[in-house]
Design a protein around this ligand. Structure first.
Ligand code: GLN
Length: 254
């Protein structure tokens, strides 16, 4: 399992968000509290995406180094501030490549995306979906792996103008139906809205003071953190959070 988080709110340093809290993403990378589905240490790399200013294109740092060994990132993180951040530490699924481009966040057109989970039977189980994509998408995908293919499928829907929540919900429900046992905690932001799903892995949220955070695990002991039940969709922005059951009423299957 990977661990991921998204934050929208007043600008904070990446170190304040990712490295310094008592149960930060840094700590979750080697001592997560809620591992499900195998894998405990998230040492196969990490990625951080942040919006340097409202409306600006996101910037990313992705590497195969464990987050605790990347001293350059630690220095940069203490002086880099943002009001919209998405980050992930990776425990690679068996059979998936160990390259920086397999580390979330995946990004295009101002969106940032992460996937905590795995798709059984990869790649055969996803062949039907891959066949729907232009071959140029497949030839230019970040890495030959489940999360990168999910991103291509989601990106296609977003480029059609589908609402973020509808696009994410449709993808989860369609893939889960086609591939029973798929683990699909997805996380998406455009810098203004965060959409997240629970599909077998943990997820929590906290909101207040013009800020919202969605995270695989609470990064401190603030009682304001609330768990998201399994098979739910979170729609969050700086003013609040909605949590909905992931039911077929969401969108049209892709
Ligand atoms: N399957 C994805 C990968 O290999 C996500 C893994 C995870 O959540 N542990 O990166």
């Amino acid at each position: 399992m990977c661990r991921h988080l998204a934050y929208l709110g007043p600008p904070r340093s990446l170190a304040e968000l990712l490295l310094r809290p008592p149960h930060s993403l840094l700590r979750q990378s080697w001592a997560p509290r809620d591992s499900r589905g195998g894998g405990v240490v998230n040492a196969d790399g990490f990625g951080v995406g942040w919006y340097p200013a409202p409306g600006a294109a996101p910037v990313r740092h992705r590497t195969t180094s464990p987050i605790w060994t990347d001293v350059g990132f630690a220095e940069m993180a203490s002086v880099t501030r943002s009001g919209a951040v998405l980050a992930s530490v990776r425990s690679a699924t068996v059979g998936m490549p160990l390259v920086a481009t397999a580390c979330a966040p995946f990004s295009d057109d101002g969106w940032l995306f992460a996937h905590n989970g795995a798709i059984r039977g990869w790649p055969d189980s996803m062949a039907r979906f891959a066949e729907q994509l232009p071959v140029t998408d497949l030839l230019t995908m970040d890495a030959p792996m489940d999360s990168a293919l999910l991103w291509l499928l989601l990106r296609r829907e977003l480029r059609k103008g589908t609402e973020l929540g509808d696009a994410v919900a449709s993808l989860v429900l369609t893939v889960a139906e086609e591939v029973p046992g798929a683990r699909l905690n997805l996380l998406l932001t455009d810098g203004e809205v965060v959409v997240a799903t629970t599909w077998t892995h943990s997820l929590w949220w906290r909101s207040g003071e013009d800020a919202v955070a969605v995270s695989s695990e609470p990064w401190d002991d603030d009682p304001a953190w609330l768990p998201v039940p399994d098979h739910h969709l979170v729609l969050a922005d700086r003013s609040g959070v909605e949590v909905h059951p992931l039911a077929p009423r969401w969108g049209v299957p892709i």
